[in-house]
Design a protein around this ligand. Structure first.
Ligand code: ZN
Length: 291
């Protein structure tokens, strides 16, 4: 049997099929254009496989995931042109009469990292996954389950104490200005320095400012959920950057609680090449199939 994965991002879609061991057997990707064209590409891709038993979708959002809502399966009020109020699950379901698991991109990634940690016998009950890229978001698993009742978490938009050397920067979130996303997403590099993130050397003070904010996010989620691990993915994150984040975390937490070795607590994804969501989608598709 084969399981399908759609990782729906604001700039690109990754479609893949895998087996029951969550091993990717085939994969493709294409840019996110109009909903009609992009979802049709997903359908055309999966039509090539005749043993598809279930599909896991991890989508950019906001999305509706309350099963009792008439808009379940929709991308809701995204500012991305053309994509607001799009019936994602319904469109895929019309083409494939298989169980579909529907969640956010970061939830899918969180689940992938959670499942692989259990395969490595880490016995985590909970995990938080942040992506810091074009936008910032996070998914959380607690006791093996996603959290959120009225909707999915929006941890990318929490408020933070400002860095004293960054007070002139207003932030770029269209809703809040200087929320976490408004202060540390990839496009903030250009807004602050006029340079793209990859052209700003890690010795630049702006990285310390970024680490100060990301560490605060890690502290907030640590104090709120006490997860077993926090994973940081996305284009802005590197091991060198996480070293700075751990340093700031340690300083700001000031010994208040023990999270074990910080190198094992604040980490890069265990699944390489941005594969966390695809891996998670396979696992969630299999759960849905077995229901
Ligand atoms: Zn915001």
């Amino acid at each position: 049997m084969l399981l399908g994965s759609i990782e729906a991002g604001g700039t690109k879609f990754v479609c893949a099929v895998g087996n029951e061991d969550y091993r990717t057997m085939d994969k493709t990707q294409f840019p996110t254009t109009t909903p009609e064209e992009t979802l049709q590409k997903c359908i055309d891709y999966f039509k090539k496989f005749d043993d598809l038993k279930a599909i896991g979708i991890s989508s950019f959002g906001p999305i509706e995931l309350r099963k009792n809502s008439p808009k379940y399966g929709y991308i809701t009020n995204t500012p991305k042109p053309g994509w607001a109020d799009v019936d994602f699950v319904g469109t895929i379901k019309k083409a494939f009469d298989v169980p579909i698991h529907w969640t956010t991109d970061v939830n899918g990634s969180a689940y992938g990292e959670y499942v692989i940690s259990t395969l490595f016998n880490e016995h985590l009950n909970s995990l938080v996954y942040y992506t810091i890229g074009t936008g910032v978001g996070a998914g959380a698993i607690v006791n093996g389950q996603f959290i959120g009742d009225l909707g999915h978490p929006e941890m990318g938009h929490v408020r933070l104490k400002r860095h004293p050397d960054d007070l002139d920067f207003k932030g770029i979130c269209p809703y809040h200005g200087d929320c976490l996303e408004g202060l540390v997403s990839g496009p903030t590099f250009e807004a602050r320095t006029g340079k793209k993130g990859q052209d700003v050397p890690l010795t630049d003070h702006v990285w310390d400012i970024m680490a100060f904010y990301v560490a605060q996010a890690a502290i907030q989620v640590t104090l709120t959920l006490r997860p077993g691990k926090i994973v940081f993915g996305g284009g802005v994150v590197s091991e060198e950057f996480l070293k700075k984040v751990r340093g700031q975390f340690d300083k700001l937490m000031n010994g208040y609680i023990n999270v074990g070795k910080l190198e094992d607590y604040i980490v890069m994804p265990a699944i390489k090449e941005n594969g966390s969501a695809t891996f998670g989608d396979f696992a969630l598709a299999l759960l849905e199939y077995r229901k």
